[in-house]
Write a protein that binds this ligand. Structure first.
Ligand SMILES: Cc1ncc(COP(=O)(O)O)c(C=O)c1O
Length: 375
């Protein structure tokens, strides 16, 4: 983990406000802001072509390390929606196949599959009622025509973490593709695509990857990639043209590359994921878990209801809670902001999320200000 001084240098925002809105957007560290600045600066001098291929490959390598993948299995995307859309439009799905999705689920994960209904693909929504969708409910909704299970690793509203290991083994044994939206876990919780038998994983960069908006990554398992036909095609995704005139795609995730690179976005990913690897995701998750527990205890002490699932069953970085009244919850979020304490209104109440740069005093101050407002 970084020293306290290094953390303050990378994240000056922590001395300006109490920022617990990390599940909406994490601050971009100083080193990444600087790298984006340098690469943007170079755009004004096109005669000096920046040599970026090493950094580009470095970004893939670091992202792969973060999730126990291989570099060749990593492609870049503009955001989560784009990655899920690429998955939905390139997997071999036919009329009357079905895709299972939790209900409710984040729209970025849902809409790309709904878009396949015009081809006759059935989208099955599996309703969840408790803290999150139980794997048993997914198993009982699967039939012989189920080709895909698509879901978020961590639910954005209450922080429920899916049991991907059990789900992944089940899907692998039945040759069902498991497609995971990991924007609320990658970078803050350990994610292992091999252990969980994930086919495709997508994560936008602006939350726990600390890389700002307009970038992200897509993992495509080496056994799955050649079954996929990219809907977007460009010079970086193609090895050449067959003598018969057909396209010869790269045999790995590079087939999802298209044309000129989003250099600031990719450099940001490489720089920020480098920082995460330096800190160690296991250590980040431990620190975030401890602070989240303290926050839950403090909030409960004020008589508010915790709507997040409890550790140790489904730990994530999200702590959600409510007064029981949605209007009062909304007023609380605004009043907290007027005291420089930032969190969000989501799902059934308030959503707070700490990250490794937060300190005990951020948790204490949040509880203190809440107590003051509620008095
Ligand atoms: C679970 C989940 N998926 C996706 C997104 C965002 O998707 P996109 O990167 O396409 O904007 C969010 C943002 O809140 C999210 O919480």
């Amino acid at each position: 983990m970084l020293s306290q001084d290094a953390i303050r240098e990378e994240f000056p925002v922590i001395d300006e406000v109490t920022y617990l809105n990390n599940a909406a957007q994490c601050p971009v560290p100083r080193r990444t802001v600087d790298r984006i600045g340098q690469i943007t600066e170079s755009l004004g001098r096109p005669h000096i072509e920046p040599n970026v291929s090493g950094e580009l490959e470095g970004a893939r390598r670091k992202l792969a390390l973060l999730m126990n993948a291989k570099s060749e299995e990593i492609a870049f995307v503009a955001n989560t929606s784009e990655g899920v859309s690429l998955a939905a439009s390139s997997l071999p799905l036919r009329a009357d196949d079905n895709v299972l999705i939790p209900d409710p689920e984040h729209p970025s994960l849902v809409y790309p599959w709904l878009n396949l209904q015009c081809k006759g693909v059935e989208v099955r929504r599996v309703r969840w009622h408790g803290p999150g969708l139980a794997v048993e409910d997914i198993f009982s909704s699967i039939d012989a025509r189920t080709r895909v299970v698509a879901l978020s690793d961590v639910q954005w509203t209450n922080g429920f973490r899916q049991d991907l290991k059990t789900l992944g083994s089940f899907c692998r044994d039945r040759e069902i593709f498991l497609v995971v939206d990991a924007i609320q876990s990658l970078g803050v919780l350990p994610v292992d695509v091999r252990e969980c038998h994930i086919s495709i994983l997508v994560a936008g960069g602006y939350k726990w990857l600390l890389a700002g908006r307009g970038n992200g990554c897509m993992f495509v398992h080496e056994d799955v990639v050649q079954k996929m036909s990219p809907p977007l095609v460009g010079r970086h995704g193609v090895r050449g043209v067959h003598s018969a005139g057909g396209l010869c795609f790269h045999r790995d995730a590079r087939r999802f590359f298209t044309g000129a690179w989003n250099l600031p976005g990719i450099m940001a990913l490489g720089s920020s994921v480098g920082l995460l690897l330096e800190c160690g995701v296991e250590d980040i998750a431990r620190r975030v878990g401890d602070l989240s527990q303290d926050l839950m205890r403090g909030v409960e002490g004020l008589g508010l209801d915790i709507t997040s699932p409890r550790r140790p069953f489904h730990p994530s970085a999200i702590v959600s809670f409510t007064t029981g009244d949605s209007i009062t919850d909304g007023q609380l979020v605004s009043e907290l902001a007027s005291h420089n304490v930032y969190l969000a209104l989501r799902g059934r109440g308030l959503r707070a999320a700490v990250n490794f740069y937060n300190r005990q005093r951020d948790v204490d101050r949040t509880v203190e200000v809440l107590r003051h407002i509620l008095q």
